[in-house]
Design a protein around this ligand. Structure first.
Ligand SMILES: [Zn+2]
Length: 543
């Protein structure tokens, strides 16, 4: 007898006949579904294909739930009372043998809204009094009515679909299971919070143990930026996002050599710059930033970004995002020659090209020589010119674009702007959305896991965290010597290392919301560059 067909373990396992009975019961379920379908078809001779699909799903889902129940009951953890005391399962908290307390029923909802009813043993630990369902433990069931697969489906739709209401509707369409929007929200946020906890713990572990990082690529690009998220009460907060990619040589449509950044992955948090820098460690560790041949840090010039690079790869080649440099030239020349004036457009095109392919000092000289005295507002024009000069001179090393391109390095940070849209804005900035601050990071963590194509990798860990962690046994802790509580399998209860406690961000900058609406000065109302410029200024003054 095959073990998979009928457990024949100690004392009272299923024998050959029990296994045969089980197989026969499952075969009967399938046969009944098929027979019912044939009868239904006879009564509906002109049914459409869609109607056939619905009829098949209906009957097979019912059979599926009953077969699932049969298989779930065929378990090593079953029949606790029938075993001798010495063979009973142990308390997950203190390791004592469990004492059987009879059976309890539980219904688990699965595909097609069908219930799988499990009659399972309940047991108590005589030492610490903890109640345990050994079958739930073995099957990895989560608290709540949904099967583990449905629970994951809820969190997937909650993560991807930009409204919990629509997520619930999508779930109903694809699984036949109706839950309300509030359930999607709660379960998504709980899973996200578990993921945030795990990632924070991982950042702390990497800081503490400093294991060897993954092997990095020959050339890597890192970029980081902020995006504003609407909070409840009309407040806005900046979600910071890191994008990491591998830089490869490619050719454009005309066969000319170009630089591309591929395989982008992201890390995003609502955190101040110091905490963000440290929490981003696992993503950079995974991508091998420390071991990459060359790292190009293409950034918008914010001071916090420089500190971020200092922390993770101080020898990175720092590059001011080229569109930012051009924008500063643009502001100066428009103030001097007139907004939209032909002369200003011509000047900008010529000097942007020179900056990209030629000598930055020639561009700085041309900038200094702008005829501000002939401007409509000479004082404003002089100020704009001096601001641009100050900004670019302070970053003289970071605007050597011809040299960067000759080195095969990227000069634009479009990668992180895409990341802002993909990870943050598409989900967190929908119409009418206002987030409670504690719920932002959980969503960002899940969005990154999905956008990084790492969902299947991180989900089992989230499930482990979501399953009720064993309470510490008050009488006898029998964890192996030398292991902390966290290592002994209670990650959510583990005390976090104090240095990495992430404080909520202070209320962000001057109010730019009046009567619940963004003012014209609000970042959202400004063009993309000005938005980022504003962030640069505000984050610089904050430091
Ligand atoms: Zn116990």
């Amino acid at each position: 007898m095959d073990r998979a067909d009928g457990w024949d373990g100690p004392r009272r396992g299923w024998g050959v006949s029990a296994g045969d009975e089980l197989s026969a019961r499952m075969a009967r379920e399938i046969a009944e579904a098929v027979t019912g379908l044939r009868d239904w078809r006879v009564q509906h001779p002109t049914a459409t294909f869609a109607e056939l699909e619905a009829a098949v799903d209906e009957r097979f889902n019912a059979a599926r739930a009953r077969v699932l129940g049969e298989l779930a009951r065929l378990s090593a953890a079953a029949d606790l009372a029938g075993r001798p005391a010495g063979e009973r399962a142990r308390c997950p908290a203190c390791g004592d043998r469990l004492a059987p307390q009879g059976k309890r029923r539980r219904a688990v909802v699965t595909q097609g809204a069908r219930e799988v009813v499990l009659e399972r043993d309940y047991a108590r630990c005589p030492a610490c009094g903890r109640g345990v369902f050994p079958l739930d433990e073995e099957l990895g069931l989560l608290p709540g009515p949904l099967s583990p697969r449905l629970r994951e489906a809820v969190v997937r739709v909650g993560t991807w679909i930009p409204s919990f209401q629509r997520g619930a509707a999508a779930l109903a369409y694809f699984t036949g299971v109706r839950v309300d929007a509030e359930t999607v929200r709660r379960q998504t946020e709980a899973a996200g919070a578990a993921l945030v906890d795990r990632e924070t713990a991982e950042a702390a572990r990497l800081e503490r143990e400093a294991p060897a990082p993954a092997g990095g690529p020959r050339v890597q690009q890192i970029s980081a930026d902020g995006a504003m998220v609407p909070l409840r009460g009309g407040e806005w907060a900046e979600a910071k996002t890191l994008a990491v990619g591998e830089v490869v040589a490619a050719r454009d449509g005309a066969g000319a050599p170009v630089v591309r950044t591929v395989g982008a992955s992201y890390f995003s948090r609502l955190a101040d710059s110091d905490a963000f820098g440290r929490l981003a460690l696992p993503e950079l560790h995974r991508r091998g930033t420390a071991t990459a041949g060359t790292v190009a840090a293409v950034l918008d010039g914010s001071l916090w970004l420089q500190a971020f690079v200092d922390l993770h790869r101080p020898d990175a080649v720092r590059i001011l995002d080229f569109p930012h440099a051009v924008e500063s030239l643009s502001a100066a020349v428009q103030a001097a020659l007139g907004v939209g004036a032909v002369a200003a457009v011509v000047w900008l095109a010529r000097h942007a090209h020179e900056l990209k392919t030629g000598d930055p000092d020639a561009v700085l000289a041309a900038l200094a020589a702008l005829p501000v005295h002939d401007a409509a507002d000479p004082a404003a024009a002089a100020t704009a010119r001096d601001q641009a000069l100050g900004y670019l001179r302070a970053r003289r090393e970071q605007i050597a674009y011809a040299r960067f391109q000759a080195m095969g390095l990227p000069i634009g940070s479009g990668m992180v702007e895409s990341a802002n849209k993909l990870v943050v804005e598409e989900r967190l900035k929908g119409p009418g959305m206002h987030w409670a601050r504690p719920n932002v990071d959980p969503m960002l963590a899940l969005r990154c896991a999905a956008a990084n194509d790492r969902w299947d990798e991180v989900w089992p860990g989230v499930v482990r965290s979501l399953r009720r962690a064993p309470d510490p046994c008050p009488t006898r802790a029998r964890r192996p010597a030398g292991l902390s509580a966290a290592q002994a399998g209670r990650p959510r209860r583990a005390p976090r290392p104090p240095p990495l406690r992430v404080a909520p961000m202070p209320a962000d900058r001057p109010r730019r919301i009046v009567a619940g609406r963004p003012t014209p000065d609000h970042p959202l109302k400004r063009r993309p560059f000005q938005h980022r410029e504003l962030l640069r200024q505000t984050t610089s003054t904050k430091r």
